[in-house]
Write a protein that binds this ligand. Structure first.
Ligand code: HPA
Length: 242
């Protein structure tokens, strides 16, 4: 079973046939919202809104452990994460897409592991490939079939938010080798790995990161989010079921 986690700009999925919206409690608390069990291209699929219904939960307050656990508990084994990001790399201007292949976690203070001391088992999961190559390849193939050019690879910086970065922070992230910035990619990807789930991200630039462009960031976001997410849906339509 595959799940799509939608973020900013994709809080709902028009066109998905939803059979049931199921609220689930987990040992880690309550997820952001219900799991929408539906069908896409005649195959079962789950859609989940990371920030909750109505997009109210900020990145640092999301219960990532409950979210991933809820998906796992109903049989999800593959997760495609949709994330709005700020672009650093020259090919990550507004409305451009990427399928990142690495990340740096700058977030802090989030409950980020299921390996949380006794009685939990201590596990040091491998994270040399934070995004599952098989799922990445499926997204890249679907984008090619849809005729959508995107960045194959790239490093995602995960910042704490909810504020945007300063120009100096963006310069540092660039020096660190980051190509795009989001606020929710971790601990989501790490928790997926701990649960043994396949995980890949389709990142949508909705603005140039702070200091890289003269324009006002929120104006860029308003202009590009609809267009960028329409391209995401085109890719998903061809990628799913995986
Ligand atoms: N920075 C961090 N996260 C983001 C941005 C940004 O500029 N745009 C969308 N998500």
């Amino acid at each position: 079973m595959i799940a799509v986690i939608g973020g900013t700009g994709m809080n709902q999925w028009p066109g998905l046939l939803i059979d049931e919206s199921r609220g689930i409690d987990t040992p880690y608390g309550t997820p952001s919202g219900p799991l929408h069990l539906g069908r896409w291209n005649d195959q079962p699929l789950i859609f989940f809104a990371r920030h909750g219904e109505g997009h109210k939960i900020p990145p640092h307050a999301i219960n990532y452990r409950a979210n991933l656990w809820a998906l796992y508990s109903v049989g999800v084994r593959s997760v495609i994460s949709i994330s709005a990001v700020g672009g650093i790399h020259e090919s990550m201007g507004p409305a451009q897409l990427a399928v990142p292949d690495d990340l740096i976690d700058y977030s802090w203070g989030r409950k980020h592991s299921y390996s949380d001391g006794p009685p939990d088992a201590l596990k040091h999961v491998e994270f040399s490939d934070p995004y599952t190559p098989r799922l990445r390849a499926i997204l890249l193939r679907a984008a090619a079939d849809a005729g959508i050019e995107l960045m194959d690879g790239g490093v995602m910086a995960v910042t704490q938010g909810p504020r945007l970065e300063t120009p100096a922070e963006v310069r540092r992230l660039r020096r660190d080798g980051c190509d795009m910035i989001g606020m929710t990619g971790m601990p989501e990807a790490g928790l997926a790995r701990e649960l043994g789930l396949e995980y890949a991200s389709l990142a949508v630039s909705v603005n140039w990161a702070a200091g890289l462009d003269e324009g006002e960031i929120h104006a860029q976001i308003e202009q590009s989010v609809t267009h960028g997410m329409a391209r995401v849906r085109q890719i998903l339509a061809l990628a799913l079921p995986v």
